[in-house]
Each structure stands twice: as C-alpha cells, then as structure tokens.
Design a binder for this molecule. Structure first.
Ligand SMILES: *Cc1c(COP(=O)(O)O)cnc(C)c1O
Length: 363
C-alpha cells in the first residue's frame, strides 16, 4: 500500500466538472480581477468561517503584511510571535520594517506560550501574532488578556486553521485581524496562490482593501502608497466551488484525527488540544525518538510523512541578525527534533490509517 502525505487528486476528481465550469465562466466573461467571483467568494468564505469583515488577497504571507500595514505597524515597532512557525509569519513582520520578537512555545500544545509573551512585552510592542499551528487553536483567553493589559493588537495567523474555533468563536476574530492562506496544500486550497485577511470592523476592511489594491479609493485616485496584493478571479472561482465543501472536508479531518488519537495517544506524545476548541487538523503531529529511523522505515513501507518544522526560526541562517542562539528556546528546539507529521487528509481511509498505525507501532 502507498500512502501519500497529502492527496490532492481525489479531491479534484470529486469536483472536477464544477471546477472546470467555474474556470470557463471566468474565461467567457473576461473579468479577471475584482470581478463577481471574488466578491462572492469573499462573502461565502466569511460566512463559512464565521467572520464578518475581510478581503481576499494574493497569498497567506501578504495577508499578514496587509494586516500589519493596515494597523500602521512599521519601523520602531515590535511584533511578537512564536519561533516554531512557518517562515512566512516573520517575513511579513520584516516586510513592514518592524522588529521580529520571538518566543518559545508551550510544551504540551506547541502553541505560542502566553507566559513567555508576557516576558518580552515592552513599550515598543505593538502586536502579537499567535499562529494556530497545525490547525490547533492557541489559548486565546490568555493572549487576549495580555493584549488588553498592554494595549496590543492581535493578528492571528490562521493559515493552517480554516474553520477552527476557540470556545465557539472563530479563530482570527479575537483581535483586530486574522490571515489565511489558500496555498494548494492548505485545508482550503486554491490551484495557485491566494490568501485572505479578516478583520473586526468595516473601517479596517476598507483600509485592508486599499492596501491590497494600490491604496486606491476610486480608479486612478490613490490615498497612499500601497502595492498590488490582489487575488485573481480564477482562484476566487475555484475557491468558491471548494468553499461549499470545506465544512464537510474539515469534519472528515476531525474524524480521521479522532481515530489516530484513539490508537496512538497512549503510545506517543500527541499534541494537546485545549478544552472547548475545534481543531481542524491541517497536520496530525506526533513525537518520536529516533525520527530518522522512523521516517526511513515508514518510507520503506510506502508511507510519506513530513516534518513541521525541522529548524525553529531563531536558528535559521536568515535570522542571524536577530541575535538569538541555540538554547534560547529549549521547548521548540527539542521538539523540532522529534516532531513527525503523519498522513492526514479528508479522503484518507480507515484502511490507510490502520496501515500507518500498524507500521508506527511496529517501530
Ligand atoms: C502557509 C503558511 C503561511 C503563508 O502562506 P502562503 O500562502 O504560502 O504565503 C503563513 N503562515 C503559516 C503558519 C503557514 O502555514
């Protein structure tokens, strides 16, 4: 049996005719930017995720940049995030010229550790970016408390957490803004690049919309220098089709994760989920000793796995100038050697899961 880490083919097969029709519609109408599909997708995505305001944009990285810019965060400001995230989170901070401040993650949830956030807040701190890594919601009670005490913005990186919620409230809606990626492998994936920035007010939505589209108010009237971070109509059309199914696909991920939990959680350390959260399992992550050996035997059995992420950001060559060193964030450093992401996608079968479980337990 061959088990891919991620299977985009089955999903495509199930919606192929709808997708082709939606792309053809765009081609027939030749309305390639800011057309009806984008407007409709924006409305539909906000509704299914559980948010009120927001705009589609070019990708998940620019979605964070746009949120930061729209909140006037820039040079002289500090923004706090966790060292165990995807590189894009900190690129956005660098792009607006703010200082990247990293903190360690919690040893049980692998989410940003609120205690460590508290320790690095100072008068220059403007925002916290909690990342709902693997689709597992962070402790938004603790983060909101810190943000309120120190008057900080919260921008949630929800690139891996479409439809996830914390105590019944959609992720991305706790503070000022939230960002999403529709990179093809994400839970809701385009067939190219796309993203979304959600926010908490119509005023901020307007600002976001201007930052996405040349700072413009009307055609050829520009209020400030911004850039082009637009989503295109073909990606919107594709995402509009997929948005109809995302709730169902998410439910299937949750069921697959429950099954892994029932068979693996007493043999391996698995990520702790806080009470009363809806995690959406972009990835299913366990900890193993001897990861190289485990990866090799799984590969030989035909099972593809991933590592998210092998190098914490403070130890990346690109982050040398931030001045961090080995030993600064021990939880992230130690877990990065043991984390293993095993196959999970909505279409994974029990039989495939049993094969993964059986092989893992054998090792
Ligand atoms: C994928 C991802 C991003 C970036 O999204 P792109 O669409 O690839 O730019 C940002 N943050 C996290 C946590 C991600 O997983």
């Amino acid at each position: 049996m061959k088990i891919p880490f991620l299977d985009l083919e089955q999903q495509y097969e199930s919606i192929k005719s709808e997708i082709k029709e939606s792309i053809n519609n765009v081609l027939d109408n030749r309305n390639f930017i800011n057309g009806p599909e984008t407007k409709s997708f924006e409305k539909n995505f906000l509704e299914v995720h559980g948010a009120k305001y927001g705009k589609g944009c070019s990708n998940g990285t620019s979605a964070i940049t746009i949120a930061l810019r729209s909140l006037n965060i820039g040079p002289g400001d500090e923004v706090i995030t966790a060292t165990n995230t995807f590189f894009a989170t900190i690129e956005a901070i660098a792009e607006v010229g703010a200082k990247i401040v990293l903190v360690d993650c919690d040893a049980d949830t692998y989410s940003i550790c609120p205690k460590h956030v508290q320790e690095v807040v100072n008068e220059k701190t403007k925002a916290i970016i909690p990342v709902h890594l693997y689709g597992n919601p962070c402790d938004m009670d603790a983060i909101t408390k810190i943000a309120n005490e120190h008057n900080l913005y919260i921008i949630e990186d929800c690139a891996q957490a479409h439809l996830a919620s914390f105590k019944g409230q959609a992720v991305g809606t706790f503070g000022e803004a939230g960002s999403f990626s529709f990179y093809p492998g994400k839970n809701l994936g385009a067939y190219g690049d796309a993203g979304f920035t959600i926010c908490n007010s119509p005023e901020l939505e307007k600002k976001i919309s201007m930052h996405i589209n040349h700072g413009r108010t009307l055609k050829y009237e520009h209020e400030f220098l911004a850039g082009n971070y637009r989503i295109d109509e073909i990606q919107s059309a594709i995402l509009n089709v997929k948005t109809k199914y995302i709730a169902e696909w998410t439910q299937k991920r949750i069921e697959a994760a429950k099954y892994y939990d029932s068979k693996l959680s007493d043999k391996f350390k698995v990520i702790k989920r806080l009470d009363d959260v809806k995690a959406v399992y972009h990835l299913y992550v366990i900890e193993v000793e001897n990861r190289d050996k485990v990866l090799k035997s799984l590969k030989e059995a035909g099972i593809s796995c991933g590592i998210h992420y092998p190098i914490p950001l403070h130890l990346q060559p690109a982050c040398k100038q931030l001045g961090y060193k080995l030993g600064d964030f021990p939880v992230a450093e130690e877990s990065s050697k043991r984390l293993l992401s095993i196959p999970i996608f909505p279409e994974i079968t029990r039989e495939q899961q049993d094969f993964v479980i059986e092989n893992l337990l054998k090792i």
